[in-house]
Design a protein around this ligand. Structure first.
Ligand code: ADP
Ligand code: MG
Length: 636
């Protein structure tokens, strides 16, 4: 009987290894890029060509491979980067398993041209079916160029698992984004069929890299984070994203996944962001390599800190300081919640092509959001009981007298004033409580507002006790029902033309999704037109959307679709309204004046369900009089 156990042939074992290392075109690019970075390159160019991403080429200006080493590079476990177990621990290289080149070569036709700067001629080697051919000399610039053709040609099963070329290209573009953000000192260029998808300056500045990757609109909203071994950028709370894809953490210039880091980020933003929204965050950390374990499984980059508490303390302080530096607007009550964009200042772009255009739409000037989004106060002006002049203007928080010290006359006496109501037309402006609404335990407008607590809660006296309202949850509920109502009313209305089309700053993946879903987006009410090669403008928004930033909303939807390809217009209505309700809602830690509170109470009374925010958190909580009496050992 023949022996059942035998050592696999090199060909088969390389194919198996390839299955682990090379899952898709993006994994090839990842390995080749990491090799280029490890070779000390300062310029790296990636080009992907052909309808099926048939040819992938990565060129660098790094150290190159000496002619005599060329064939060795294709042996498995051949590496120049480590030789002892100690090296393994101290390692700062991106890849050192010595598996990438043989694995890629096992599933493709690979050509490598390389010249170390000190060598006169370059060496070229062609690897077919994993077998390196005879090296030949030729003239070429210093550095290395690897070209991969016919990927997975000999592994049809793997080929079947690939997604559409646009999706696979999306992964490549995401990868380049991440590497560019991890190494602002390297000039990266990504080309797809000759068109530039990404180009970074490589000047060593993180902000510049963020601008190259995410566009100047995002970059303008980023705050610097500085600390010992820490260099990063965090978005102001006004800029949010619907996925955490824009949160990246780099340790020793390597992109890593870290649950602890995600949690820390959540803590730092805490109430600053609506639920379900994420910031843009780029944090670089330099740390002694022996203080972390990096699991360099080819597909994941997970990191474990030996002592995360020590790291997180510094990191948290640095991030909080950054956010606070951008927080001043939160404490300024007179400032509009969303500063109106001076639309008239922007020149009106003239679309050159309009391949994506649909039939002409009516333009409704009056309701067009071109007027700019009204401030919290402006928006509520019709509801305000007393003019703002009559209300004591809140001073700086620190200088404010505690409520107890205020003379009773200084306390607001809001909505009891009948004359005031008539004067400001509140009666007409607030929709009546729906007739079918169940009996209410109390009327918000009849609460006696006492003041604000910790800039977050509204304190009021009312039937049977003391009422605490979460101002953010309350406003969110109001905004939520507002949008829900408008969506119902405007269901059949055509999209609203923007007076000035808004240019869209899109990543590669967003662009492809935009094109793929253009009809679905049009059904939602977003009209987008091509404006020059690969650039797009937003021309109209859904009729029910009266918010100012339609482009942000559209980008949020594209991100959503990217994260969840089953995303449909019906689900869009539901969940996106939540999001917008949040976005335009008054934040915690913001001073409100009694006029605003009165208006808020009136609007809550007009809500179908004023008791919870759209996410289900309570709007108010009552402390019963008996409970208060009990604390003072009195009988009620
Ligand atoms: P690893 O990167 O894990 O060492 P690879 O199979 O990716 O293994 O590469 C094998 C070796 O080939 C590397 O250790 C390095 O010496 C050399 N090499 C690969 N790509 C390049 C490059 N772009 N520039 C210089 N040397 C390279
Ligand atoms: Mg490698």
């Amino acid at each position: 009987m023949a022996a059942a156990i035998h050592v696999l042939s090199k060909e088969v074992s390389n194919l198996i290894a390839a299955g682990e290392v090379v899952a898709r075109p993006a994994s090839v690019v990842k390995e080749l890029l990491e090799n280029a970075i490890d070779a000390g390159a300062t310029r790296i160019r990636v080009s992907v060509d052909g309808p099926e991403l048939d040819e992938i080429q990565v060129s660098d200006n790094g150290s190159g491979i000496a002619a005599e080493d060329m064939p060795t590079a294709f042996l498995s476990h051949a590496t120049s980067k480590i030789s002892t177990a100690f090296d393994l621990q101290q390692n700062l290289f991106l890849g050192f398993r010595g598996e990438a080149l043989p694995s890629i070569a096992a599933v493709s036709e690979l050509e490598m041209v390389s010249r170390p700067p000190e060598q006169e001629l370059a060496c070229r080697i062609l690897v077919l079916d994993g077998k390196p051919g005879t090296p030949e000399s030729l003239a070429a610039p210093a550095g290395t160029t690897v070209t991969v053709r016919k990927l997975f040609r000999n592994t049809p099963a793997r080929r079947k698992f690939l997604k559409k070329p646009a999706t696979e290209m999306g992964y490549i573009s995401d990868l380049l984004d991440r590497l560019a953000l991890s190494r602002p000192d390297i000039r990266f260029q990504l080309l797809h069929n000759g068109r530039t998808v990404l180009k970074t300056a490589g000047r060593g500045e993180l902000l510049q890299a963020a601008m190259d990757v995410y566009g100047s609109g995002v970059a303008a909203m980023l705050l610097p984070v500085q600390g010992p071994g820490i260099n990063g950028l965090l978005s102001k709370p006004a800029l949010t994203r619907s996925s955490n894809k824009y949160c990246s953490f780099f340790v020793n210039r390597r992109w890593v996944k870290s649950r602890e880091f995600s949690r820390l980020l959540e803590d730092v933003y805490h109430t600053r962001l609506p639920i379900g929204r994420f910031p843009v965050a780029l944090i670089h950390l330099e740390i002694a390599p022996e203080l972390v374990d990096i699991n360099v499984h080819p597909n994941k980059m997970e990191i474990k800190f030996h002592d995360f508490a020590a790291v997180s303390k510094e990191l948290e302080a640095a991030m909080l300081a950054a956010l606070q530096s951008g927080d001043d607007w939160l404490l300024r009550p007179r400032q509009p919640l969303t500063p109106p964009v001076p639309r008239s200042a922007a020149p009106r772009p003239k679309p050159q092509q309009s391949t994506l255009q649909v039939a002409a739409r009516p333009q409704r000037e009056a309701a067009a959001p071109s007027s700019g989004r009204a401030s919290f106060r402006e928006e509520w002006a019709p509801y305000l009981v007393s003019s703002s002049a009559a209300v004591p203007s809140p001073g700086p928080v620190d200088g404010e007298k505690p409520l107890a010290e205020m003379p009773p006359s200084a306390l607001p006496q809001p909505e009891k004033d009948e004359a005031g109501k008539a004067e400001t037309g509140m009666e007409q402006a607030v929709p009546p409580v729906p007739a079918a609404a169940p009996a209410r335990a109390f009327v918000f407008s009849e609460l006696h507002y006492l003041g604000q607590f910790e800039g977050t809660y509204l304190v009021a006296a009312g039937p049977g006790g003391l009422y605490l309202l979460d101002q953010h949850a309350a406003h969110e509920r109001v905004r939520y029902e507002h949008y829900k109502r408008r969506a119902e009313e405007e269901k059949t209305s055509p999209p609203l033309d923007l007076a000035i089309p808004v240019p869209l700053e899109l990543r590669y993946r967003q662009k492809t999704l935009l094109i793929e879903r253009i009809l679905q987006l049009r059904d939602m009410g977003f009209i987008v037109e091509e404006f020059g090669p690969e650039s797009y403008v937003l021309r109209a928004v859904p009729a029910w959307f009266d918010g100012e930033n339609g482009a942000e909303l559209l980008i949020g939807i594209l991100d959503r679709i990217e994260a969840d390809p089953d995303f449909t217009p019906a689900r869009f209505q539901e969940s996106e309204i939540f999001m917008m309700a949040c976005k335009s809602a008054i934040k915690a830690k913001r001073r409100v004046d009694p006029g605003e509170v009165a208006a808020l109470f009136a609007q809550l009374d007009a809500c179908e369900n004023p008791y919870t925010c759209p996410h289900g958190r309570p709007v108010y909580s009552r402390i019963a009089s008996e409970e208060i009496h009990k604390r003072f050992l009195r009988r009620s």
